[in-house]
Ligand binder design. Structure first.
Ligand code: CMP
Length: 142
């Protein structure tokens, strides 16, 4: 399995619920290392740039409003098969469909307030990591 990096975001709903530690514990206990962190608050315009791929979708405006409604924690995760592993740990986008024991099953309330974001491919991970971090911010353990 290849070692990969992926972008994880703890969204405003999960920050408000005080579950940052629980979410990071799941990553670490499953072999992923946090190699960069950035707690920040996006403007609606910045959220729109991050999610530009969804600009034509009906949920885009709500998504941008929600992602700029409070602080987020952006992180780079590194480990074997990190992109897929992170998505397995997150569970399905809609928490009603998320497997029990996943982050979204345990902490998400709706498809909008769904606790976490994770890159969906290695190519998108590189783009999303570069949105929040420069190479100097990444502290690989390898
Ligand atoms: P995320 O993984 O951050 O990627 C885009 C987000 O859009 C997604 O999580 C959801 O929070 C949100 N969203 C809202 N409605 C939908 C939908 N119908 N399909 C996909 N994503 C949606």
């Amino acid at each position: 399995m290849p070692v990969q990096r992926t972008l994880s975001i703890i969204k405003p709903d999960a920050i408000a619920k005080n579950v940052i530690g629980d979410i990071i514990r799941r990553f670490e206990e499953n072999g992923l290392s946090v190699i960069a962190t950035n707690m920040t608050r996006l403007s609606a315009v910045e959220a729109g740039r991050f999610y530009a791929v969804h600009a034509e979708r009906p949920f885009y405006d709500n998504l941008c409003a929600f992602m700029s409604s409070g602080p987020i924690l952006a992180m780079v995760l590194e480990g074997k098969n990190a992109v897929t592993l992170n998505r397995q740990l997150m569970g399905a986008t809609n928490p009603k469909e998320a497997e029990s024991g996943t982050i979204r099953a345990d902490h998400a309330d709706s498809i909008d307030a769904n606790a976490v974001h994770g890159s969906d491919s290695e190519e998108n991970a590189a783009t999303e990591i570069a949105f929040f971090f420069s190479d100097l911010d990444l502290h690989s353990k390898l």
